[in-house]
Design a protein around this ligand. Structure first.
Ligand SMILES: Nc1nc2c(c(=O)[nH]1)N[C@H]1C(S)=C(S)[C@@H](COP(=O)(O)OP(=O)(O)OC[C@H]3O[C@@H](n4cnc5c(=O)[nH]c(N)nc54)[C@H](O)[C@@H]3O)O[C@H]1N2
Ligand SMILES: Nc1nc2c(c(=O)[nH]1)N[C@H]1C(S)=C(S)[C@@H](COP(=O)(O)OP(=O)(O)OC[C@H]3O[C@@H](n4cnc5c(=O)[nH]c(N)nc54)[C@H](O)[C@@H]3O)O[C@H]1N2
Ligand code: SF4
Ligand SMILES: [Mo]
Length: 749
């Protein structure tokens, strides 16, 4: 029996039990693993099984091909799938590497102390699950089940959320809200009465003008969206990209507006000004469907292109010209709502301005603008009602973030931190499929919150930073070794896809569905888990959807006809259309924001500027990686092994930096990067900013290919601007300077 350890040490290496396995294995080169992976000899595979990808949240459906020995060989796209159109992105193809990665978690691990040092010891499933159930019951007995919180991202979310709700807590958070797309969902909801959802309901395929504001499609490799953008370009669409960096998208654009970072709202307000005062907006649509036009017109009167020029550095002529391009394309125009939009803390208001622009252009509900998606309904089996929790995270923040539609991962972290005094407390976290030390800003605060917990369980496939802090680590098998829920995402046409195992789980790894059920049974919640196997559950659901597991294994994807013929409900200007807002209209002027005490029309406020000798830290994606989850993937590290810091030539000259020189970064609060990063000197970044790809700079040495490769942007994000409307964490107000010598205790370049 393990005793409870309160002051956790970060465990980088396995304890004795697993030690032989994990430490003795040399740095596995992909060449070595290739023994398991046959060369691609055409026609040599004998079998294929359907899956949908888990390397990112686009969830493309595909086929896993097996070779004659029955081993996983390659993954290709499913032609019937609207998310992938039969093609996978490089990460999806590289998903094979997740399965073959020998650094994977292999058995359950339990934190223990040996000769004064904390280590993990290998454990059997029974022991690990019993321990977790016992600790959860004890914590619930003492503080209530509400004191257990779940952080989750990815497919397993369904199973663990269900388990938590049955247990009696609704403190369940995904980072995809407060660290990602929360502000855009609330902004669009409070304008059009509906959110954007995923895949985004943007009709890029048929658009004549696409405006990207910090949305770097092409590096942000959401498959269907990238394919549609490329089709739109082929058909002659105008692309306008607003980005302080010359992104891949900027390279394909008619206009690149290298905006001064943090000033986008000024540009948006100015575009609104031009559309209204030049009378380039869709007058009929605005009269028929919107509320608050006169107030908006008065509000934006001062925001001329000349006003915006002084703030954004974008020339007035360009602001007018690009506004005209949008108007010419209207209504087949999309001012893209973006996806990772938690930038500067006024993000809901910035996205409100984006929504208002789209309304003025008449693009919502019209072809080439925003379509009306549908999804297939997946039946749920009858289970007992969930208990009602006595408190939630909201009790820690009375009156704050009133328009947060979902739980804030950052708020649960903050409510666990010893500095926040309130009536309740979080005592245990279950963390599934999210590497919180990379994902949440202010990672030190995350560690301090963890130290304040009585119990931390991490469910992951890899030995990531979060698992190094856990008391119990449960190794999930990869998506290639398991069934998962039926994918029924929104799209133009409802479609479903299934994921089925292409191989047995390697080592002692298990599917999330099984882990959640086994825990449920041990917590006395068996009635909530009526099916003994996931296959049975899927088959039961599929049969009610007019198919079966057996059929789905053959086709992988099935399409359903739309229930209503309303893909573009506002195309012909129907009378009496009701929006799901307080006024039943598209709210240019938001009554909900006004009621909650916020500006009903977006107001520009200047943001802090980098101090002398510092540069704004901006970050983004690379096409061949997803966050921190792929940085040890043998196939994908072959394509890109680490990140670099992009520096403008003028700045490099001032600092006497050479290309590929390894430097350390230090931020405005004196926090220095854990390791060095190579300099990339390029005109593609503004002189006032530096850029890096998120997801590198791992510090867990159990990741043999990723440890200390590049820098983790999150560790330099120590200042956060929280959106008062919905709690999104604005992360782009951090500034860095360069250290060319190794700081004390940080090793060599
Ligand atoms: N600094 C900074 N922070 C950010 C961002 C940024 O760009 N910069 N981006 C933000 C955005 S947009 C988002 S959406 C979030 C993303 O946040 P996360 O989804 O937390 O991102 P990852 O770093 O990929 O962490 C995923 C974790 O899941 C594990 N995992 C992978 N597959 C499986 C599986 O099948 N089962 C289980 N159980 N685990 C699995 C991985 O090993 C890894 O530990 O981060 C946000 N935070
Ligand atoms: N390959 C790959 N694709 C992915 C992911 C991945 O991990 N890998 N993650 C997916 C997920 S969950 C998300 S949320 C999306 C995120 O993808 P997006 O929503 O497209 O992008 P962001 O990460 O917010 O933005 C990065 C871009 O914003 C620019 N930028 C920085 N500051 C400013 C500013 O002040 N103003 C303007 N206008 N631009 C600025 C940066 O230069 C960069 O080009 O990507 C998705 N697609
Ligand atoms: S876009 Fe790429 S990584 Fe994302 S689900 Fe599709 S194939 Fe996988
Ligand atoms: Mo995201």
């Amino acid at each position: 029996m393990s005793k409870s350890i309160t002051r956790r040490e970060f465990i980088q290496i396995a304890g004795m039990g697993l030690g032989g396995l994990a430490i003795a294995s040399p740095v596995f080169s992909w060449a070595k693993n290739a023994v398991l992976m046959p060369d691609s000899v055409p026609g040599m595979y004998t079998r294929r099984v359907p899956t949908y990808c888990e390397v990112c949240f686009w969830k493309c459906a595909g086929w896993v091909h097996l070779n004659e020995a029955g081993e996983i060989w390659k993954i290709t796209g499913n032609e019937l799938d609207p998310h992938s159109e039969g093609r996978l992105c490089p990460r999806g193809t590289g998903g094979v590497g997740m399965y073959y990665d020998n650094d994977r978690l292999k058995t359950p691990l339990i934190r223990t102390e040996e000769s004064g040092t904390q280590v993990f010891r290998e454990a059997g499933w029974d022991e690990a699950l019993e321990l977790i159930a016992r600790r959860m019951k004890a914590i619930a007995g003492k503080y209530g089940p509400e004191s257990v919180a779940l952080f989750t991202h990815g497919s397993g979310g369904h199973y663990f959320s269900h388990l938590m709700k049955a247990f009696g807590t609704t403190s369940i958070a995904a980072p995809s809200y407060a660290q990602c797309r929360g502000p855009r969902e609330e902004a669009f909801y409070h304008t059009f009465g509906e959110g954007i959802g995923s895949p985004e309901r943007t009709d890029i395929r048929d658009t004549r003008c696409l405006v990207l504001i910090g949305s770097h499609i092409g590096e942000n490799m959401h498959n269907g969206q990238v394919q549609e953008m490329s089709a739109a370009i082929d058909k002659g669409a105008t692309i306008i990209t607003v980005d302080p960096r010359f992104s891949t998208a900027a390279g394909k654009s008619t206009y690149w507006l290298p905006i001064k970072p943090a000033t986008d709202l000024a540009l948006l307000l100015s575009w609104i000004h031009v559309l209204i005062y030049e009378e380039w907006y869709d007058r009929k649509y605005v009269e028929q469907y919107t509320y608050g036009f006169d107030e908006l017109k008065t509000h934006v009167r001062p925001f001329t292109p000349e006003w915006a020029y002084g703030i954004t550095t974008i020339k007035p002529q360009i602001i007018r010209e690009t506004a005209k391009e949008m108007a010419n394309a209207s209504p087949a125009v999309i001012v893209h709502p973006g996806r990772h939009v938690t930038w500067y803390g006024d993000d809901t208001q910035r996205l409100r301005a984006v929504a208002i622009l789209n309304a003025l252009l008449g693009s919502w509900g019209r072809r080439g603008g925003f379509y009306n998606p549908e999804k297939a309904h997946v039946p749920k089996v009858k289970i007992p009602p969930y208990p009602h929790p006595k408190w939630t995270w909201r009790d820690a923040f009375p009156g704050q973030y009133p328009l947060a539609g979902l739980t804030l991962a950052s708020a649960i972290r903050d409510a666990t931190h010893p500095d926040l005094k309130w009536d309740h407390a979080y005592k245990a976290w279950i963390v599934n499929g999210t590497n919180l030390l990379f994902t949440l800003p202010e990672p030190r605060k995350t560690v301090e919150a963890i130290q304040n917990l009585e119990f931390l369980v991490a469910i992951d496939t890899m030995p990531m930073e979060i698992t190094g802090w856990a008391d119990v680590v449960l190794p999930e098998c990869t998506y290639l070794e398991r069934y998962d829920s039926i994918r029924a995402s929104q799209h133009r046409e409802p479609a479903i896809a299934v994921r089925t195992p292409a191989a047995a789980p390697r080592w002692e790894t298990r599917p999330g569905w099984w882990i959640a059920r086994e825990l449920g049974v041990r917590l006395g919640l068996k009635d909530y888990f009526p099916f003994a196997t996931h296959e049975e559950e899927l088959d039961w659901q599929l049969k009610q959807m007019g198919t079966s597991l057996e059929e789905m294994k053959r086709v992988g994807v099935k399409k359903y006809p739309r229930e209503y013929d309303d893909l573009y409900p506002l195309e012909d200007g129907p009378e009496g259309y009701e929006f799901n807002t307080n006024t039943g209209k598209i709210e240019l002027y938001s009554t909900a924001l006004e009621e909650a005490g916020f500006d009903p029309l977006p107001v520009y406020t200047p943001h802090e500027e980098p101090p002398e000798g510092y540069y704004r830290l901006i970050y983004g994606r690379a096409p061949m990686h997803t966050f921190s989850r792929t940085s040890n993937n043998p196939n994908l590290t072959d394509l890109m092994a680490e990140n670099t810091v992009w520096v403008h030539p003028k700045v490099a000259k001032e600092w006497d930096l050479r290309a590929n020189q390894k430097i350390w970064l230090q931020n405005q609060d004196g926090v220095t990067s854990s390791g060095p990063i190579a300099v990339r000197i390029t005109e593609r970044i503004r002189f006032d900013s530096v850029f890096m790809v998120h997801g590198f700079g791992h510090t867990d040495r159990r990741l043999s290919r990723a440890a200390y490769r590049g820098v983790n942007d999150a560790e330099l994000i120590t200042k956060v601007k929280v959106d008062p409307i919905m709690g999104g964490t604005g992360m782009r107000g951090n500034f860095v300077t360069f250290l060319t010598e190794a700081p004390v205790g940080k090793g060599e370049a």
